[in-house]
Ligand binder design. Structure first.
Ligand code: XMP
Length: 486
């Protein structure tokens, strides 16, 4: 299909949606599930951007719990990024497969540090380090939080094996829930006939599965998470390590994804990592989208220069207005490869317009920045007491320097100094937890879908996307003022 002239030069503020006869009685009934890639589905169409001021493990966890997904950025060492992914994958699951253990003899001080470091609420104690034979369980309740106990061994406080409820591997989640309820316990270790630890089931997770049936999870009930890799240097090593720790999807994105660098990178990726789900980007044209499709990516990230921290259009004149870019790539791909609309979302309504023009999901940067879950400290202005956090483009001078500048490594240092800034750093107001922001955006999206007369995002896309212009009203300058000036 060819791009309709009505989309040329257009972006979000150029259209309103023509309301259709409403069918749903309550907007809470509107389903938001969508395709992230050719093979992965998520519970709602929002993705946290792979930026160092947006997504590390805390954001990725929150996104998956709300039904979306976060992509952990790559401006850190391979080990650090893999640890962030592992933190998300370990945080929830039907069964924790390799529960963290400490050996008998560990001090309470060491145990408390371990709990803090790994963000867990109880620890399995093994007889000898590395042997994996269960000796006991040190739960939150067992820990003496008072001063003066730091040097005492965990052995004195844990519940010993003889008094623990344990079950063999292979127990069903329902059966485990019954055991935990009958014994009023929160953790059920799974051990084989020689007491070797094979897993751990926690009440917290079982409750989660009941309360949040929509959250984004893999077949083992662990939260879904993605991670970014580059297209040069050690990117294959990075990719292999991220897969090893359980990343569900990798994102290979560079500023200009329609390029030879990208071709070589994707070919090398497929040759060494096979068919791991791979999102490629960024592109903004039909030719760019077909190029990535032919290279076999599983989803395509679309957006050249719309991002809030982005200066590409200002510095180079390269770019495509974002709604045109989404439409143009959809016209080339139709539903063969899902499109991720990346960047430029300023109002909640933009999310629906991106989906109505052809995107299957939407990547957000600045909308999720300034929150507790975004990396970085809260800065308080000493004069006004206003609280702020940093949001910055990944090619802002500060981000490039921090990610690449290593005085010990001349090649990296030269790359840092030679990278032209196409991004900028800004301070954004501190906004508390991202959960309330996600709930607001998804609430508005549900309302938008009910204005479209549909019961689900999937149905709305099926109905609207093939003939999007029939549903969109182009705005005059006066209509834009009437709509947005308040
Ligand atoms: P929003 O508007 O949601 O955009 O904050 C997030 C997206 O912006 C892109 N990004 C950049 N683009 N220079 C750019 O040209 C940069 O330094 C930069 N940093 C981030 C990226 O696609 C992100 O998802």
């Amino acid at each position: 299909m060819k791009l309709e002239p009505g989309f040329v030069g257009k972006t979000y503020d150029d259209f309103l949606f023509r309301p259709q006869q409403g069918l749903v009685e309550s907007r809470s009934q509107v389903e938001l599930a969508t395709r992230l890639t050719r093979t992965l589905e998520i519970g709602m169409p929002l993705i946290a951007a792979n930026m160092d001021s947006v997504t590390e493990s805390a954001m990725a966890k929150a996104m998956a719990l709300e039904g979306g997904i976060g992509i952990i950025h790559r401006a850190m060492s391979i080990e650090a990024q893999a640890a962030e992914v592992a933190r998300v994958k370990r945080s929830h699951g039907y069964i924790v497969e390799h529960p963290l253990c400490l050996p008998l003899g560990t001090t309470i001080r060491e145990a408390l540090n371990f709990i803090r470091q790994h963000d867990i609420t109880g620890i399995l104690i093994e007889e000898k380090k590395g042997e994996n034979r269960l000796a006991g369980l040190l739960s939150n309740r067992d820990i003496p939080w008072l001063d003066g106990f730091g040097d005492r061994p965990v052995d004195e406080f844990m519940t010993p094996f003889e008094r623990l409820e344990v079950r063999p591997p292979g127990i069903s989640v329902d059966e485990a829930e019954k055991v935990m309820f009958e014994n009023r316990i929160e953790k059920l270790p799974l051990v084989d006939s020689s007491r070797r630890i094979t897993g751990l089931i926690t009440k917290k997770d079982i409750i989660l599965f009941r309360q949040r049936p929509f959250f984004s999870r893999d077949e083992k009930g662990r939260l879904l998470t993605g991670a970014a890799i580059g297209a040069r240097g050690d990117f294959l090593e990075r990719a292999a390590e991220l897969c090893r720790v359980g990343a569900d999807v990798l994102v290979i994105d560079i500023a200009h994804g329609h390029s030879e660098v990208m071709r070589k990178a994707i070919e090398a990726f497929r040759a060494s990592l096979g068919d791991i789900p791979l999102i490629g980007g960024n592109v903004g044209t039909a030719e760019g989208a077909l190029f990535l499709k032919d290279l076999g990516v599983d989803a395509i990230k679309v957006g050249i220069g719309p991002g809030r921290g982005c200066r590409t259009r200002l510095e180079t004149a390269a770019g495509v207005p974002q709604l045109q870019a989404i439409r143009e790539t959809w016209c080339a791909l139709e539903e063969s490869v899902p499109i991720i609309a990346d960047g430029g979302i300023q109002y909640d309504k933009d999310v629906f317009l991106a989906l109505a023009a052809g995107a299957s999901s939407v990547m957000l940067g600045s909308m999720l920045s300034g929150t507790d879950e975004a990396p970085g400290r809260v800065i308080e202005d000493p004069a006004t007491h206003e609280k702020r956090k940093i949001y910055r483009g990944m090619t802002s001078p500060q981000a490039v320097l921090e990610a690449l500048y290593d005085p010990q490594d001349e090649e990296k240092a030269a790359e840092a100094l030679a990278t032209p800034a196409e991004g900028q750093e800004i301070q954004v107001p501190y906004r508390g937890s991202v959960i309330s922001i996600l709930q607001r955006i998804t609430g508005h999206l549900r309302s938008a879908i009910s204005y479209a007369g549909c019961q689900s995002l999937e149905k709305a896309r099926k109905q609207i996307v093939p003939e999007a212009l029939r549903y969109l009203i182009p705005l005059s300058e006066a209509a834009r003022r009437e709509s947005y000036e308040r």
